[in-house]
Write a protein that binds this ligand. Structure first.
Ligand code: NAD
Length: 256
């Protein structure tokens, strides 16, 4: 799918990987709507993305919030062609820690935002994508990209909830691609390794150095612009569908 003159919804677009992707898509000529909870950064980012860019305050886990924001995008921008789910949260607790079980509320929250939130947004965006005129020889109407993590494959100690949420994101790509094939909508997943974003800003120098030592090549955290480049390639390459791509410099997470 060509990016120029398309409408893209980017969740988590106020920060990190989502923000870099929103910037790349706007740079390639798309109009971007950011769905996020961070009003200050969301508005600031949208104001740099061109006169038609939108910021919508959305909790991705809320059906009402997403329905309202999708209606706003349709009213103001007239279509949704691209949906990129980058909203997500981390959180590490061991299954049993000092005799205490992993708090169920925290497990539920992580799965709700990372997995159910992504599905909530993409299913409502897909309804609107189905109304687009088909483009090109394969009659494309839309592209969905979800963000997993290499923790989906190599979850570390404490990552039961995060890995489960991201494993779900990996697994749902194929059935979603199958469900939406007749509508000309593709669904792909990116599983990033460690990326230089606010999500990892809290790591101590010692932990960072330990992680970097275990990376294969290049021995550094990924750049948000490198995630954005893969997202734009997925949009432009119509033969990518139903699959998850690791973007991780050949790293494999150790147990801790
Ligand atoms: N940074 C990494 O190393 C890394 C590695 C693997 C996977 N990921 C995944 O990539 C995605 C983006 O992460 P990032 O590093 O850019 O993080 P980030 O913290 O910089 O950005 C996440 C954004 O999501 C928003 N958000 C959180 N909960 C939300 C909700 N309920 N509704 C709407 N918006 C919400 C936040 O406000 C924030 O703007 C996440 O899904 C994360 O799990 C990140």
């Amino acid at each position: 799918m060509q990016i120029a003159n398309k409408v893209a919804v980017v969740t988590g677009g106020a920060s990190g990987l989502g923000q870099a992707t929103a910037e790349a898509l706007a740079g390639a000529g798309a109009v971007v709507a950011i769905f996020d909870l961070n009003d200050e950064l969301g508005q600031q980012t949208a104001s740099k993305l061109g006169p038609n860019a939108l910021y919508c305050r959305v909790n991705v886990t809320s059906e009402d919030d997403v329905k309202t924001a999708v209606s706003q995008v349709m009213a103001k921008l007239g279509a949704i062609h691209i949906c990129i789910n980058c909203a997500g949260v981390g959180g590490a607790v061991k299954t049993v820690s000092r005799g205490e079980p992993f708090p169920l509320e925290q497990f539920t929250k992580i799965v709700n935002i990372n997995l159910i939130g992504s599905f909530n947004v993409l299913r409502l965006a897909a309804v609107e994508m189905g109304k687009n005129a088909p483009e090109g020889p394969s009659g494309e109407r839309g592209v969905i990209i979800n963000t997993a993590s290499i923790a989906a494959y190599d979850g570390q100690m404490g990552q039961a909830a995060y890995a489960a949420s991201k494993g779900g994101v990996v697994s749902m790509a194929l059935p979603i691609a199958r469900d939406l094939a007749r509508d000309g909508i593709r669904c792909m997943t990116i599983a990033p390794g460690l990326f230089e974003t606010p999500m990892v800003k809290g790591l101590s120098d010692k932990i960072r150095a330990g992680i970097e030592a275990q990376l294969e090549y290049p021995k550094r955290f990924g750049l948000p612009s490198e995630y954005a480049k893969l997202a734009t390639q997925i949009i432009e390459n119509s033969y990518l569908n139903g699959e998850c791509i690791r973007l991780d410099a050949a790293s494999r997470l150790p147990p801790r």
